[in-house]
Design a protein around this ligand. Structure first.
Ligand SMILES: NC(=O)C1=CN([C@@H]2O[C@H](COP(=O)(O)OP(=O)(O)OC[C@H]3O[C@@H](n4cnc5c(N)ncnc54)[C@H](O)[C@@H]3O)[C@@H](O)[C@H]2O)C=CC1
Ligand SMILES: N[C@@H](CC=O)C(=O)O
Ligand code: NA
Length: 425
């Protein structure tokens, strides 16, 4: 049987594991595909620096490798250019593409799918969201007959690793980030992780697939974890909550709302026990009800598992005929600004311990039509702390409330402000 020839673009954390698995599982892969899967070349930036992969396969000429006699391109370089051009060229030439590149898919998914459509090639990217966890294929295929209403979860391993360490041991933010990079979880530029860009790209991909609409990274409201302080972690702990960076994609009437931000969730919530580089995603669909996907969201071998799964799928299609799913954006739902989305806030204030403070704070909430769900005041000798949790209200109203409360003469400091998720409003 004619082999399926594969070009690997990139050979870092994920790429080296792809090479290993292709070698170690060659016989099984051939049996599953129905033809041998042959690695034809590996494009890297500096071939002289890669000693652990077959030397004769290495090249610095990624464009030349893509243009050569290969059937499938596996891209694990990352970033937009030159990858966008390389993958467009490949797809236009009818070569199937497997990519782990969420930044590119979230930004340029539309044009990549269009190129794939024109030539009839496959475009698969399971590794781009939640690493090893089979999530995109269940959404694109298994749930294609249902109506998804919400997708919510932890989709960035690096920030979850940092937040878990802050919560468990009070670990230092910077050192924990370095450790996450050393373990191969973080992006080449880890600000993509800590500032929420990586999770926002993943949320855009999830929302696009779940709601059959085109959502790009720029459509996603984004806050990272760099502003999460140990005071926030302590405030959450005191209230029986923990802090997680959540990606939340919701269908609201005929629009979609997509946001990424840290949130306090109850310690009893299933997402609270998702620690380290693990990810977990809840999907709510009208007929299926609630589904939960859990597993390793980052790291070389787990990500390579998802890449190999896609490689087998596209290789099978080439051997036996058939095509993977195309882009499904027919619903074309509009993106709703975060200000109009209903959220809940937790607010912890340092206030002067004198009569009327609570009333003045409560008046600001009432003025913005934000109703208070719980309030706790703890007095000290000359000052007091006031903790407020709201009911659901438009995010813009909650933000304005916090701004105005912060300016009240009786409020000495806003110790912690954070959205609350995962409990009854
Ligand atoms: N590391 C992880 O846990 C996960 C990574 N991903 C994605 O997988 C992709 C790769 O990630 P890593 O392996 O962690 O990155 P990495 O930085 O370890 O490896 C990147 C590789 O690309 C090569 N490269 C860079 N520019 C190149 C160019 N112009 N031409 C040819 N080769 C070039 C480098 O030489 C290196 O071998 C990224 O899109 C990342 O977002 C997805 C899920 C998890
Ligand atoms: N940097 C990413 C890698 C996987 O997508 C993460 O930390 O989740
Ligand atoms: Na995945």
């Amino acid at each position: 049987m004619k082999p399926i020839k594969v070009a690997l673009l990139g050979c870092g954390t994920v790429g080296t594991q792809v090479v290993r698995l292709l070698d170690e599982q060659a016989d099984d892969l051939a049996a599953r595909v129905g033809a041998p899967v042959e690695l034809s070349g590996i494009a890297v930036r500096r071939p002289d620096r890669h000693r652990d992969v077959p030397k004769h396969l290495l090249t610095a000429d990624a464009a030349g490798l893509v243009a050569s006699d290969v059937d499938v391109i596996v891209e694990v370089i990352g970033g937009i250019e030159p990858v966008r051009t390389l993958l467009l060229d490949a797809l236009q030439a009818g070569k199937s593409v497997v990519s782990a590149n969420k930044a590119l898919l979230a930004e340029n998914g539309g044009e990549l799918f269009a190129a794939a459509d024109e030539s009839g090639a496959d475009l698969y990217f399971e590794a781009a969201v939640a690493g090893a966890i089979p999530l995109l294929r269940p959404l694109r295929e298994s749930l294609a007959g249902d109506r998804i209403t919400r997708v919510m979860g932890i989709v960035n391993g690096t920030t979850n690793y940092i937040l878990s360490a802050m919560d468990e041991t009070g670990a230092n933010y910077g050192e924990t980030l370095e450790e996450a990079s050393r373990l191969g979880y973080a992006e080449a530029d880890p600000t993509a992780d800590v500032d929420g860009y990586d999770a926002a790209s993943k949320a855009a991909i999830l929302a696009s697939i779940a709601f059959h609409s085109r959502v790009t990274a720029g459509d996603v409201y984004r806050e990272g974890i760099s502003a999460v302080t140990s005071a926030d972690v302590t405030a959450a702990r005191t209230l029986g909550r923990t802090i997680k960076l959540l990606a939340i994609c919701e269908r609201v009437d005929d629009s979609v709302a997509v946001r990424v931000h840290p949130a306090m969730i109850p310690r009893s919530h299933p997402l609270a026990s998702v620690n380290g580089a693990f990810n977990a995603v809840f999907v709510e669909a009208e007929a299926a009800g609630q589904l939960m996907f859990y597993g390793q969201g980052a790291g070389g071998a787990p990500t390579a598992s998802a890449v190999l799964g896609d490689l087998v799928a596209v290789a099978r299609n080439r051997v036996h005929g058939g095509r993977g799913p195309r882009e499904s954006a027919y619903a074309a739902l509009k993106v709703r600004p975060v200000g109009e989305v209903e959220t809940r806030y937790h607010l912890s204030l340092d206030v002067a311990d004198k009569a009327g403070v609570l009333a003045s704070v409560a008046a600001v909430f009432a003025e913005h039509d934000v109703s208070i769900a719980a309030v706790r005041q703890e007095g000290r000798i000359d000052d007091a702390s006031l903790v407020i949790v709201t009911h659901a209200a438009p995010d813009a109203a909650l933000k304005s409330t916090v701004d105005k409360v912060a300016g009240l003469p009786a409020v000495r400091a806003v110790v912690s402000v954070m959205r609350v998720e995962g409990e009854e409003s």
